[in-house]
Design a protein around this ligand. Sequence first.
Ligand code: ZN
Length: 134
Amino acid sequence: MFAAYLQSFEHYQPLAQRVLLVLNALPTDVQQDFVTDASFTVSLDNYVPGEGSSVFMAAPCDAGISSRSVVLRPRLSNCDESFAHYVIAHEFAHAYLRNGPWNDILDPEEAADALAASWGFSRPVMNMPPYRVE
Ligand SMILES: [Zn+2]
């Protein structure tokens, strides 16, 4: 069901497995929302920065449709597994919420964190890397 979303990552193991693990852990309604929406995409960020502290970035959300493009950094293949799962889930949460609020959580970042946590991917509390998650 998710093979199309993993094509970008086939040369970036274990990132492909990490993405797949998170996708498989999502509630069925969320999975269905993604797979039935052609604007939902998952891709690898091929930009190789000399610096930069973010392990992933959301596509610019100037148009609603682009808010469902999930772009993941190759670095997520190398970092701590639980942190990678959290970041991937957080970004899927943004996509599901279209970078918007969730229930009474109006801040998009807090909403994405809360929704990701509800899926079982809480922000790791230990050994927090110095990444800024957006
Ligand atoms: Zn975020």
